[in-house]
Design a protein around this ligand. Sequence first.
Ligand code: SF4
Length: 377
Amino acid sequence: MKLPKLSLYIHIPWCLKKCPYCDFYSQSIKKRIPEKKYIKNLILDLEKDLKFAQSRKIYSIFIGGGTPNLIQPKYIKILIKEIKKRTIFSKNIEITLESNPESINKNFFFKYKLAGINRISLGIQSFNEKILKNIQRKYSYENLIKKIKIIKKINFKNINFDLMYGLPNQKLKHIKFDINTAISLKPSHISWYQLCIEKNTPFYKNTPILPKENKINIMQKNGKKILKKNKFYQYEISSYSKKNNQCKHNINYWKYGDYIGIGCGSHGKITLSNKKIIRTYKNKNIYEFLNGKHIKKISFINKEDRLLEFFMNNFRLNKPCSRKNFKNFTGINEKYIKKEISKAIQKKYIIQKKKYWKTTKLGKLFLNNLLEIFIKK
Ligand code: SF4
């Protein structure tokens, strides 16, 4: 069984303030972040997971959160340096720092670049102040543009903007404004996704009035049209990029690649030499994590889950899904899904070629129905 590419996800679990729609694991800063101790524990956490990874090169690194740009550059520099000492970086490694525009500081970003960060992902959500207020984000349009221009001046070539649709009181005119403003600022990548009300968030308990489904469909159609016209190519359900600027890290997830997850509340997926695949879950308790209790649980991914996870991820991509990768990355023989594949073809959700499967327009439209076929009863 060929091993998939290996990425590294690093979780920074602090934010200035919790947003009411967000279910990522993070907490509002109450006092100073214990940066030095946290970075030291991230490295210790990594050392434990590296024994599962069989000296594979690191294909991409994503420092996410939370708000990683709250961490001082000197600690990001130490972090990257210490990872590099213990692993081999692949040529052209992509190293992303997820950032909140509210806390952009010119000096910090200049030094992040020197430390090795080569991709910035900015959580903008909207350029409209009223819409931002509805999701309890407080920055002004002018300030937002000013902060983005700082990043552009530092000359980060690879910049992603996260934008959302389906937000409270959002209308078609807001969507057009958001996307056109984003395009005018020339990012290389735009992630444009719909607000989902997740359990355990304040919005789940007190859900604001959201745009109706038919309005959301119109927003979606129009947004896609503007992005396409401006040469942002859709390569995944919510991801659009300029040519050759797709996010390597996320593509590895969607191809069912491996990733080591380090940091409080993170998780990972690693294929072992005996072909078994493990999922690692890290401790969510920050105090315990800082005191060396990094791992919460490690479990094997069973055959049924491997099968479903492979298709759940691969069918998000606009590219065909490799049959060889199915065998190599799940360790499952195609015979095991013969019935399911026939059913998906018969329903006209996918087509099958010698080397790949590809979702049809119908399959994309009814993705949940297509995936249901692969749930082994
Ligand atoms: S800043 Fe980002 S990670 Fe933090 S709570 Fe808001 S959406 Fe979540």
